[in-house]
Design a protein around this ligand. Sequence first.
Ligand code: SAM
Length: 257
Amino acid sequence: MNKESVVAKKKFGQNFLKDESVLRKIIEAMPKNDNKVVEIGPGLGDLTKFLVDVKSVEAFEVDTDLCKLLQSEFKEEIATKRLHLNCGDVLSAWKSALVDEPYDLVANLPYYIATNIILKALADPMCKNILVMVQLEVAEKFCATAGEKVFGALGVIAQSVGTTRVVVKVPPTAFDPQPKVDSAVFLIQKNADRSDKLFEDMLRVAFSQPRKTLMKNLSAKYDKAKLQEAFEELKLTQTIRPHQVDTKDYHQLYTII
Ligand code: SAM
């Protein structure tokens, strides 16, 4: 099999990025440091080719056909250890840390598991930065700030560990085959290793019905008197909606209740 004869597999979320200007923008946006790069889903190796030029890369590809292709395409880089290719499902390989040294995740992610991968990377103490292509809607959720309609649990979780920004929006025409949705590359620069399951549980309750008030949502699970006390202390009104409360206040709310 060669690159030209590959038929994209929908079940693995295969949309290959063909626009070289976007590939270059990803490389330009990479944080400058000595961290290793982890690429999830190298696919046909178009992004990998740029990555191995600047960093040593650990890649995870689930599709065995593509893995064989990559093994022959990157024979030299694999021999010189510039590239280490793992063939298999990245989610099965991921224990508390995906690799045992500091790394930046740089990837055009498979969209069907993109949110799951980003949440795992945010909780992974070895992962220092996340620069990924995802569905535009997902990028906007992770990069949203308090007051924006799309601000939700993902925005709070991302802001709790670092800073976020959309690097570039990408139209379907940049890919082959073309996805049905717009995409975006976004960056999370981590500056803390905060991962707290109970805090995330509280966020799920807080944003369970985004159009209802925060008080109503939280009352479904937490003690009303404690909530009244916390709202008063943080000067939150009874009618405030979940997307109007900022990350700092969510952490204080969590501490109080
Ligand atoms: N990086 C390539 C590019 O930019 O053209 C391909 C990106 S494509 C959107 C997603 C890639 O992730 C595919 O190569 C797919 O086979 C791979 N993939 C899907 N699920 C995966 C999994 N669970 N573990 C590892 N790789 C996976």
